[in-house]
Design a protein around this ligand. Structure first.
Ligand code: FEO
Length: 180
């Protein structure tokens, strides 16, 4: 095995966070769709599929390095939200948790002199920075626009723009391709 047992364990534990994100965002997308937030639904479906890509990158990497990738147990996601703000706050808090876990893994790879995994994690360090900034910007915008019915229409349009930019192959998508 090219990676150490400790790194293999940390990577396997991380799979849980990525799959939780995939399911949570899928659940948010469904809630948005039911509530009539079409742009936000489109955005969160995209986020969910991106989390699946992250999950698979970690999963494949573990086996590629001679470890054993273990499919984690699925945690039931939250189905109902008081508001779009609550859903975005949940997403931001989840991303902060993921970032913390990735930083801890990066520290572990340094300790274990696992340079390959250290380099592998660089992509995710960049990705987390982008995702946290994105969710923070969305929250700031919602606070700025306000929460009235007309405001919600504009907020939904903002989500639609973000979803379209991602679908058109924005920076993130290009970066993922070059990282493969
Ligand atoms: Fe893949 Fe956004 O954590």
């Amino acid at each position: 095995m090219i990676i150490t047992k400790k790194v293999e364990k940390a990577l396997n534990e991380h799979l849980q966070l990525e799959i939780n994100a995939q399911y949570s965002y899928l659940s948010v997308a469904s809630w948005c769709e039911r509530e009539g937030y079409e742009g936000a639904a489109q955005f969160f479906y995209g986020q969910s599929s991106e989390e699946n890509t992250h999950f698979m990158k970690f999963f494949s990497y573990i086996n590629e390095m001679g470890g054993h990738a273990l499919v984690p147990e699925l945690k039931k996601p939250k189905y109902e939200f008081k508001s779009i703000v609550e859903a975005v706050e949940m997403a931001l808090s989840h991303e902060q948790k993921v970032t913390k876990a990735i930083y801890e893994m990066a520290a572990l790879t340094k300790k274990e002199s696992d340079h390959a995994t250290e380099i592998f994690l660089n992509f995710f360090i960049d990705e987390q920075k982008e995702e946290e900034v994105q969710f923070k910007r969305i929250l700031d915008k919602i606070k700025l626009i306000g929460g009235g019915p007309q405001s919600l229409y504009y907020i939904d349009k903002e989500f639609e723009k973000l979803a379209n930019a991602a679908a058109a192959g924005g920076g993130k998508k290009k970066k993922e391709k070059t990282a493969e």
